[in-house]
Design a protein around this ligand. Structure first.
Ligand code: ADP
Ligand code: MG
Length: 709
């Protein structure tokens, strides 16, 4: 951090009075007084008026103005919930849970009663529920069962500016619902000013502005690019804590690992200060927040710190707009965020760290000016901001794999995906690529329609690969085992590796290793837990997260219910684990790699080198089979394969004949690279037809524009 300290000091004195006034505010005001203090409250009746008169309304307001917590309650108070639910979608699960919690408190009810939430594998609502917060993914899946969404009177699509994949798809679907149901209301809310686009998409829907109430934020850029932004952020936070006036600190990082290491470093630095200082050092409460953090710990960021204690929240971009914490006066922005993007080199999605957009950086800075004038320390240079950051983030639909969405839309009988009403259509190569991947998995037939397998896959709230694995488990008679593996893969890692007890916890983990497979290792962990009566103390003794395993157990039972409705019986291979590996192989044959040198693999399809992750059982035991498949790639310093299983080359040839064939002379695989059988031709023709159709449509659109212009 290379910032002007003198300037900062002066500024912080100026803030001091304001800060004290504000920090008293939350303590002294009741929840209903706090509600009335929100900017949206001043326009409550106007908002209800506009909603009464229009079927679709776009609402724009600064973060923290009350867009997420208030309109649901206003609509409830105005009687809308007498004839149906008021639903509110969120792109992030953490936001759905935390906001529902807050609203239930404001309405003085128990969470899950009148106010509830639903996220994947977790439904906290009841027949009495009137206001339901949910992820956009949950609502999207509900349209499969009830295409008119009849139980909803109003849907609020919140955080529309985030342009999450599911929200973008919902736009097209809800537009149709609104056309079919006169009694249905749709509200689209956004924190930024790109409202015109939303309004236009919904046929010129009115745009309602919530008056803002923001304070100036003093923005300080780094003079030089910093080498280690975790270290720089920690230093900056400590400097603020020691030298600046009251007010909490919010640090933006990219993900869980970084956040944990920053929190650890902060705690260490504080300990050093306390032990080396003769004067009393003010207390600092260090609070991480990221999506995989258990809910009880997430809630802590909203709790008041004790007397004389400053809060320092270390967050992912979840705190950019979806969660608002009051009392933040200092923001430290690393300028980076993680994004899921399609990586053409690997032919798949990967979570990667990117510089955030200018819009995102401005939102982050804005968090410091919610309750009084604040300061934002940008750990990047002004020139990086101007020249290296995009003005706006790229919508997810234009940068990720669409297999899930394609599968869903196909089952909603959207025959030609290139004609679906997208606000910003995805690149057609994305659609075609996803169709190709679904075809490889056997979910689509040669002309792009859903197969029997595809129809079954849609039933599961899982990625197509995991759904395929499950259904293959059925065919191979080991669905009981595969069900457990899929459940374990659907929850955060169960292994617990505390900072100062790494060796001990690694040793504990090794005891569960199944030499040829991380997937089987997960299965083994679950089975051992089951044998030990699902006990919590047993988990603690073995460095396993109780909550993670409990979650896996819940997921398992929900998936089991779906299997029951599909009349798929539970079969077991009774520890014949090769069969299970074969089912695993069937889902991942696109993610296969071949041993190249010592400990180094290359991807079978594209020859890109990739490595065993140090946490892998194979790595730990030094076992390097000739062929493996992996669950996902993590791109950090190297391309790491995460969750790996050894497979037999014949399986790859048998399950993915479009890619592989076994050479006669030996069993090494001949990678065909491109597939060249009849199906390929049929599918390519279909794709070509779609391409042409879209080109023609684009041509017509252009003509129309030219005529207009
Ligand atoms: P917006 O959606 O416009 O960003 P919100 O409705 O989320 O605004 O927030 C309004 C107010 O409610 C903020 O002051 C915020 O601090 C408070 N709030 C929201 N969620 C919680 C929560 N889980 N706990 C405590 N306060 C909350
Ligand atoms: Mg909000």
């Amino acid at each position: 951090g290379d910032v002007d300290f003198k300037h900062k000091l002066k500024f912080s004195q100026h803030l001091k009075e304001k800060a004290e006034a504000v920090s008293d505010f939350a303590k002294s005001k009741s929840l209903s007084q706090q509600r009335q203090y929100l900017p949206i409250y001043t326009v409550r009746d106007d908002l209800l008026g506009v909603v009464r008169e229009n079927q679709v309304v776009v609402v724009i307001g600064e973060t923290g103005s009350g867009k997420t917590t208030q309109p649901t309650q206003y609509l409830h108070e105005d009687g809308y919930t007498r004839t149906g639910l008021v639903g509110c979608t969120q792109p992030r699960r953490v936001a759905a849970m935390s906001v529902a919690q807050r609203v239930s408190e404001e309405m003085e009810t128990v969470l899950g009663d009148e106010v509830g939430y639903a996220i994947r594998f977790e439904d906290v609502t009841c027949p009495n529920t009137k206001i339901k917060y949910m992820t956009d993914g949950v609502l999207l899946r509900e349209t499969l069962k009830d295409s008119d969404l009849d139980k909803y009177r109003v849907i609020i699509m919140d955080e529309a500016h985030e342009r999450s994949l599911n929200t973008d798809v919902l736009f097209g679907i809800l537009k149709k619902v609104a056309a079919r149901r006169r009694d249905f209301k749709l509200i689209v809310t956004s924190a930024t000013l790109n409202a015109d686009k939303f309004s236009k998409f919904f046929g010129g829907a009115p745009v309602f502005h919530i008056p803002g109430r923001t304070f100036p934020v003093n923005i300080l850029f780094n003079k030089m690019p910093c080498e280690d932004y975790v270290e720089a952020a920690v230093k900056q936070a400590i400097a603020i804590h020691i030298t600046s006036g009251p007010g909490d600190i919010l640090i933006f990082m990219t993900g869980q690992e970084e956040i944990e290491s920053a929190c650890h470093a902060l705690a260490e630095r504080m300990e050093q200060l306390i032990s080396s200082s003769t004067k009393a050092v003010p207390k600092l409460s260090i609070l991480p927040i990221y999506s995989q953090l258990p809910a009880d710990l997430q809630a802590k960021i909203f709790q008041k710190a004790g007397e004389g204690t400053r809060k320092c929240i270390v967050a992912t971009n979840i705190a950019e707009t979806s969660l608002t914490v009051d009392g933040i006066f200092y923001v430290i922005d690393t300028g980076y965020g993680k994004m899921k993007v399609y990586n053409p080199r690997m032919g798949m999605d990967a979570l990667q760290v990117f510089p955030c957009s200018q819009a995102a950086a401005d939102q982050r800075a804005g968090r410091a000016g919610r309750t009084g004038p604040g300061t934002c320390y940008r750990l990047f240079t002004e020139s990086a901001y101007q020249n290296e950051m995009l003005p706006n983030p790229v919508p997810e639909i234009q940068r990720t794999n669409l297999s899930n969405v394609v599968l869903l839309l196909k089952s909603l009988k959207v025959e030609n995906l290139l004609n679906f009403d997208f606000m910003d259509p995805p690149p057609q190569e994305n659609i075609l690529n996803s169709m190709y991947q679904l075809w490889l998995l056997g979910a689509l037939n040669n002309v792009g329609g859903l197969t029997n397998l595809g129809w079954k896959m849609v039933e599961f709230p899982l990625d197509p690969t995991l759904a395929k694995m499950l259904l293959m488990g059925n065919e191979l008679g080991c669905i009981d085992e595969v069900l457990t593996i899929v459940s374990m893969l659907s929850v955060p890692s169960a292994f617990f590796r505390p900072k100062d007890r790494e060796e001990e916890s690694d040793a504990a983990r090794e005891k569960f290793f199944v030499p040829e497979s991380d997937h089987l290792t997960l299965l083994n962990v679950y089975l051992q837990w089951e044998l030990n009566q699902y006990r919590g103390d047993w988990c603690n003794d073995h460095f396993l997260h109780v909550k993670g395993l409990q979650k896996a157990r819940e997921v398992r039972s929900q998936l089991l219910d779906i299997l029951k409705t599909l009349k798929i019986p539970l079969t077991s291979c009774h520890m014949e684990w090769d069969v299970v590996r074969k089912a695993i192989c069937s889902a991942y044959f696109q993610n296969s790699a071949r041993l190249k040198g010592v400990g180094e693999y290359i991807n079978c399809r594209n020859g890109v080198p990739c490595h065993l992750h140090p946490s892998s059982a194979l790595y730990g035991l030094g076992y390097t089979p000739d062929y493996i498949v992996y669950h996902e790639l993590v791109l950090t310093t190297k391309d790491y394969m995460q969750c790996v299983s050894a497979v037999e080359p014949q399986w790859l040839a048998e399950l993915g004949p479009m890619f592989f064939s076994v050479k006669d002379s030996d069993t090494s695989l001949l990678d065909r690279g491109r597939w060249h059988n009849e199906e390929k031709t049929a599918m390519e023709e279909e794709m070509e037809r779609l391409r042409q159709e879209q080109a023609e449509a684009a041509g017509r659109e252009k003509l129309r524009e030219e005529k207009r212009g």
